[in-house]
Design a protein around this ligand. Structure first.
Ligand code: FES
Length: 163
């Protein structure tokens, strides 16, 4: 992952992100785009990142946090090494995806927005991932698993435990 947190809590943004912010900060509605790009870069939006964004854009930290907390898409905690996403789009939801989400968290012993204590796994609900014919669908990183049942979840997780 690009960028590094310095000991004083400041954070180094990669050039690509700095250019993006420079290009977008003058456009209307830029904050959402900038937050998306920041999360894409780091996987989440840390406090040092939010502070730096405030400095670079002139947008108050309160407003930045207002947007981050309004949209569930934005994360303020570092995700697990393996990011599990459970699709809650309509097709998946109708086939029990909420139960799969609950079961995945139960198997991992974590709650909403938590990461397993070893830093390996985090779980998030997502909207349609584009393969509704396979509903219900769960992804781990770039891997997609379809027609999932609750009983399959421990096996799927164990495949990634030592990776
Ligand atoms: S609704 Fe889940 S893949 Fe489309």
């Amino acid at each position: 992952m690009a960028g590094a947190v310095k000991p004083d809590g400041d954070i180094t943004f990669p050039q690509e992100l700095l250019f993006f912010i420079d290009e977008w900060k003058v456009k209307p509605g830029s904050l959402i785009m900038i937050l998306h790009k920041t999360q894409e870069t780091f996987g989440y939006i840390s406090r040092p990142s939010a502070e730096k964004l405030s400095l670079l854009t002139g947008i108050s930290l309160a407003r930045i946090y207002g947007v981050i907390t309004f949209y569930h898409f934005f994360k303020t905690t570092k995700p697990g090494k393996h990011r599990i996403s459970v699709c809650l789009g309509t097709a998946c939801y109708l086939k029990g995806a909420q139960d799969l989400l609950d079961e995945t968290r139960k198997v991992l012993g974590i709650k909403t927005d938590e990461v397993t204590s070893d830093g390996q796994f985090s779980v998030d609900p997502v909207r349609c991932v584009g393969c509704c014919g396979l509903a219900p669908v769960l992804t781990v990183g770039n891997d997609t698993f379809g027609k999932i049942t609750k009983g399959m979840i421990p096996d799927i997780i164990s495949k990634y435990k030592n990776l």
